[in-house]
Design a protein around this ligand. Structure first.
Ligand code: ATP
Ligand code: MG
Length: 313
């Protein structure tokens, strides 16, 4: 098996409040389970864009695990590296939406947090083109960090392009700790997909230009794509800096924007497009992601994304 894209991390289902301003501290209606987990949203989007994609992670041997596995199968995501752990329940994220656009979460990571070395099947890495890791996964536990480091070594040895989205989650890991935990991934990454705030936290630079200069000096052939929410993104490389404006959409559910963006960027790049072309499609994937309720509901196919882009022109 030769994969275009491999990722690793927390498999979850999401269970969400049906209306705005229904606090998680009181009884009330939910809808779900919806298949979720940032690396799995990413994998679904990459597969829908035509990439041969696999994800590594774990679910429980329960109905919620089945919910996620069925979705992976429907999208053609290679799930050989997804374990069903009989003594764990599938990870669950309960989400409430507030009128100000913020979200509240209750997480039970369960099987989703249980990564182990035996999940790193050598055949997933053999001939691999691109390995994508998220900081949220590295922040889960010391064990998860260790397994991801091992996976990183295997991907580097296989000659894969390394892609890293820092996805800092201060509630999981303080930024000063993340700076150390993420260092191997930052320095190995040919593609970095941070926000401006994440770049400043992780490099300890005074400003964005200084952070970018440091990272390009370390690895002149790398591409840094700084995401800017509704404003789109900026691509930095040895060729300079180019802004790619965002698409105007009505935001319904922000979950998954960054993950769909990452998948859009990498799949276009692997298909031979320039970084700026890849950034345009990535912006469209990120914009579409926020227009649908449900973590994977806004991840569209290549044809759907291109139709959306044509309409916006
Ligand atoms: P996440 O919380 O999912 O990790 P993030 O903070 O890493 O998100 P954002 O910059 O919020 O990343 O979003 C990623 C990309 O998704 C943006 O660069 C943009 O292309 C698109 N996007 C996000 N929000 C919107 C929006 N409201 N309207 C249009 N595009 C959006
Ligand atoms: Mg992010």
């Amino acid at each position: 098996m030769t994969l275009d894209i491999l990722t690793i991390g927390e498999a979850l289902v999401e269970v969400m409040r049906t209306d705005i301003d229904q606090p998680l501290s009181q009884p009330g209606p939910f809808s779900g389970p919806y298949p979720s987990g940032a690396p799995f949203i990413f994998a679904a989007q990459a597969a829908r864009l035509g990439m041969t994609t696999a994800a590594i992670g774990a679910v429980g041997a329960d109905a919620f695990g089945q919910c996620l596995l069925k979705q992976l199968e429907a999208d053609g995501v290679v799930a050989d590296g997804v374990r069903q752990l009989p003594d764990q329940t599938t990870g669950i994220a309960f989400v409430a939406y507030n009128a100000d656009g913020s979200r509240d979460f209750v997480f039970s990571l369960g099987a989703g947090g249980k990564l182990s070395s035996d999940m790193l099947l050598p055949e997933l890495f053999d001939g691999l083109r691109c390995f994508h890791v998220m900081g949220s996964t590295l922040s889960m536990s010391a064990e998860a960090l260790q397994v991801c480091r091992e996976a990183l070594r295997m991907a580097v040895d296989a000659g894969a392009l390394i892609s890293f989205d820092p996805n800092l989650r201060p509630e999981l890991m303080p930024p000063e700790e993340a700076r150390i935990a993420f260092a191997d991934f930052m320095s190995s990454a040919g593609i970095l997909l941070p926000t401006a705030a994440e770049l400043l936290e992780l490099t300890a630079a005074d400003n964005l230009n200084q952070a970018v200069d440091m990272l390009l000096a370390e690895r002149p052939d790398r591409i840094i794509v700084v995401t800017r929410g509704a404003a789109g993104c900026t691509v930095y490389s040895g060729d300079g800096q180019v802004d790619a404006p965002g698409y105007a959409v009505d935001e319904i559910d922000p979950t998954g924007a960054g993950d769909c963006f990452d998948a859009g960027f990498l799949s276009e790049l692997l298909a031979g497009k320039s970084p700026v072309e890849a950034a345009r499609l990535a912006n469209a994937c990120g914009a579409l992601a926020v227009t649908a309720k449900g973590p994977m509901a806004g991840a569209m196919t290549q044809a759907e994304v291109e139709r959306f882009m044509a309409r916006q022109r």
